[in-house]
Structures are given as structure tokens and as C-alpha cells.
Ligand binder design. Structure first.
Ligand code: NAD
Ligand code: MG
Length: 389
């Protein structure tokens, strides 16, 4: 907490789905929170508009080619303007920053997150890819530099909330999944689904990459890996349960058989706000859950034959080392290829499995190994989809 008593928040990816919702949370509590740094990849106009509204100390545009456009757009404001990944990694370390919300997409989130951890900053973690790729390293560094990692992902926030006040170990995590738009589709139907169909998630409005990952269940696979690193459980202790209504955000079972779940409307502002306010809860104006108006809550087993990615993620978790990093890189490539109509829906898992077989396995990777693995796996996957990494 700083001079004016407000928590100063750096948002990595303020123009995205999580980033803009985080700004809504800050706007609801102007006496408690301040957007200290805002960053984006490409969206100069929106970033400039946000800077005008929230008057942060600094803004960073990751794509250096956009620097001048951003600087010009903000010429009349006292806000500092930077560009590039190095700037991103430096700014999160600035002394006044209390919390870094990692709301950027993909492997690109790893370096700035590690940088923030090294400065002992509290991390509100939305960028699950960071833990998927390098959970062991990130945890070790967080421990060494006394950096708290608070989950933002709704399922992990739910688990985190279920654990509040508990001193006994987890017996099992029940990780809920909506099942996405293709939950009831046959293999034949899955073979021909389009990106437009995949981008239409039944319960959540999110960025394009995670929406495709949700349709392919890779998102849930990643969340299994994320849960392992956040809560220190074995893969066998994480059960994925399909719950199409997205009301039960996840649950924890304890040694006595008791199960605690966290419920609520599907609204990411709740877990974002909790990550900022933890351990207290703040008042909010967000929609309330009315159980009497809620249709039946249903639960079913996931079908890993139709949604092979879930199995591949468990496989990667069991293999350990750099295998989850390989899966993540291959997935980033196929996700983009699917969005660009270069491959079909079912091909995505095939390319990921092939990349897992072909990329060099490293049992105890260093940061540099992860960077190399990411590049190698992207090359392999890209060669299968005939396009860019
Ligand atoms: P999004 O695509 O809507 O936004 C991504 C943001 O990151 C944008 O501001 C973009 O400018 C920035 N960004 C992208 N690539 C970058 C790069 N290379 N360097 C710097 N900045 C970059 O994505 P989103 O849906 O908000 O998701 C963000 C993260 O949060 C992802 O890791 C996702 O898995 C996770 N997450 C999202 C949701 C959700 O509801 N959207 C829920 C749980 C977890
Ligand atoms: Mg989630």
C-alpha cells in the first residue's frame, strides 16, 4: 500500500477481456484501487482511451511499432509511455506497484510474470499459461521472493475461496467445466465445426484464444495443470466434472468426505475483485445468484474420446519436465491456425500429440530451456499446419 493508501495495480493486458473487467472493478472502488500501469499488445486507441480515463503513471505497448502512435495520442497527458517487452518487465518491478494482474495471453506472459515475482510483487494470476509452461519454476521463485500468487481463473478462485479458513489437506479437487459449445456434438459433427461456432461460448464472453481453448477442452486441461501448481495436489486428486450451467465454479473435497463448493453467476469481475481484495470481500453491484430461478444444476463425466486435449494435458502433467510447455506451444499454434481456417477442429489434438512425441524432452528445465522448448515446439506444430508459428 502506498502514499495515498490505494493499492496500485499494474494490468498486463488492460485492453483484453480480463483487463477491461479489472478496470471496471477498479472503477467500482476508486478509494481502494488505482490503475498504476496499463499495457496492451496492439490496441493503441483503446489503451490511450483507458489512459485518459484512469490516468495511470505509465502505459506500455508491447508492439514497439506502435510506440509513436501511442505517444502522440497521449502527448497532452503526464503519463509515461513505453514500448516493448523489456519495458513491460521493468515496469512491473517499480516500487509503488502492489499487485500485478497478469491478463495477457499465452507464453508471452511468462517473462513479465517472473520479473514481477523477482520484485516480490503480489500476482493476481489470470495468465494460466504461465503456470502451465513453468509451474515448478514459477512456484520456486514465488517462494524465494515471497511473492503471493492469487488465482483469477474462476475455477481456481473458487477452490481458493473453498480453502479459506481450512487447515486440513485437500482430498480431491472437483474442477468444473462448462463443456463449451460442442459438449453434445458427435465426432462427425466435430469434424466440420467452424470457428464462428467455436467462438460462441454458451456462458462466458472471453478473448478469442481462450474461447477456442474452451471449445476444444484444452482450457480445462490447462486448468488441471494450473490447479496442480496452485494447490500442490497430484493429478489423480483433480477430477474434471462437466457442469454446463457454470454456476458451481469448482469444489474441494476433504478427508471427512465434506465437499465445499463456491457458486455464483458466471462473472469474472467476482474472482478479479477477490484477487484484489483478498482476504476480505468487498461489496459489489454485480448480479446475484437466485437459486430458485436457476434451472437444474447438472453434472456429467467429460468425454476424452471426443475431447482428446483433456487427456493430452493429463499426459503432459504426468510426464512433467518441459512436456506441458510443449503442449502449450503446440496449442498456441493450432489455436491460431484454427482461427485462421488453416486446420479443422479435430486436427488440433492430432498436431499437439505429434508435437509431444517429436519435441525434445527435458526432465528439469531451466527458464532458458522453456524458451527453447517453446520455439522448437512451435516449429514442429507449425510445420504440421502449414503456416506461421
Ligand atoms: P484477450 O485476448 O481478451 O486480451 C489479452 C490482452 O493481452 C490484451 O490486452 C492484449 O493486448 C494483451 N496481449 C496479448 N498478447 C500480448 C503480448 N504478446 N504482449 C503483451 N500483451 C499482450 O484475452 P483474455 O480473454 O482477457 O485472457 C487473458 C488471460 O486470462 C489468458 O491467459 C486467459 O487464459 C486468462 N483467462 C481469461 C478468462 C476470461 O474470462 N477472459 C478467464 C480465465 C482466465
Ligand atoms: Mg477458467
Amino acid at each position: 500500500m502506498n502514499t495515498n493508501g490505494k493499492k496500485k495495480i499494474a494490468i498486463l493486458g488492460s485492453t483484453g477481456s480480463i483487463g477491461t473487467q479489472a478496470l471496471q472493478v477498479i472503477e467500482e472502488h476508486p478509494d481502494l484501487y488505482e490503475a498504476y500501469v496499463l499495457t496492451a499488445h496492439n490496441k493503441v486507441e483503446l489503451l490511450a482511451e483507458q489512459a485518459r480515463r484512469f490516468q495511470p503513471e505509465a502505459v506500455v505497448i508491447a508492439n514497439e511499432e506502435k510506440y509513436e502512435a501511442l505517444r502522440d495520442a497521449l502527448a497532452d497527458l503526464p503519463v509515461k509511455v513505453y514500448a516493448g517487452t523489456d519495458a513491460l518487465c521493468q515496469i512491473v518491478q517499480e516500487k509503488p506497484v502492489d499487485v500485478v494482474l497478469t491478463a495477457m495471453v499465452g507464453f508471452a506472459g511468462l517473462r513479465p510474470t517472473i520479473s514481477a515475482i523477482r520484485a516480490g510483487k503480489a500476482i493476481a494470476l489470470a495468465n494460466k499459461e504461465t503456470l502451465v509452461v513453468a509451474g515448478e519454476l514459477v512456484n520456486r521463485l514465488a517462494h524465494e521472493y515471497h511473492a503471493d500468487i492469487i488465482p483469477v481463473d474462476s475455477e481456481h478462485s473458487a477452490i481458493f475461496q473453498c480453502l479459506a479458513g481450512e487447515v486440513s489437506p485437500i482430498e480431491k479437487i472437483i474442477l468444473t467445466a462448462s463443456g463449451g459449445p460442442f459438449r453434445t456434438f458427435s465426432m462427425e459433427q466435430l469434424a466440420t465445426v467452424t470457428k464462428a461456432q467455436a467462438l460462441h461460448h454458451p456462458n462466458w464472453s472471453m478473448g478469442a484464444k481462450i474461447t477456442i481453448d474452451s471449445a476444444s477442452m484444452m482450457n480445462k486441461g490447462f486448468e488441471v495443470i494450473e490447479a496442480k501448481w496452485l494447490f500442490g495436489v497430484a493429478p489423480e486428486q483433480i477430477q474434471v466434472v462437466v457442469h454446463p450451467q457454470s454456476i458451481v465454479h469448482s469444489a474441494v473435497q476433504f478427508a471427512d468426505g465434506a465437499v465445499k463448493a463456491q457458486l455464483g453467476m458466471p462473472d469474472m469481475r467476482v474472482p478479479i475483485q477477490y484477487a484484489f481484495s483478498y482476504p476480505i470481500r468487498l461489496k459489489s453491484s454485480f448480479d446475484r445468484l437466485d437459486l430458485c430461478k436457476t434451472a437444474a444444476l447438472t453434472f456429467e463425466e467429460p468425454d476424452t474420446r471426443r475431447f482428446r486435449n483433456l487427456e493430452l494435458a493429463y499426459e503432459a502433467l504426468h510426464a512433467g519436465g518441459n512436456m506441458p510447455c510443449i503442449v502449450n506451444a503446440a496449442n498456441e499454434v493450432v489455436n491460431r491456425a484454427f482461427l485462421e481456417d488453416r486446420i479443422g477442429f479435430l486436427q488440433m489434438s492430432e498436431v499437439i500429440a505429434k508435437t509431444m512425441r517429436e519435441a525434445a524432452f527435458i526432465p528439469q528445465p531451466t527458464y532458458e530451456d522453456y524458451v527453447q522448448t517453446d520455439a522448437e515446439a512451435r516449429r514442429i506444430a507449425a510445420s504440421c499446419v502449414g503456416g506461421t508459428k
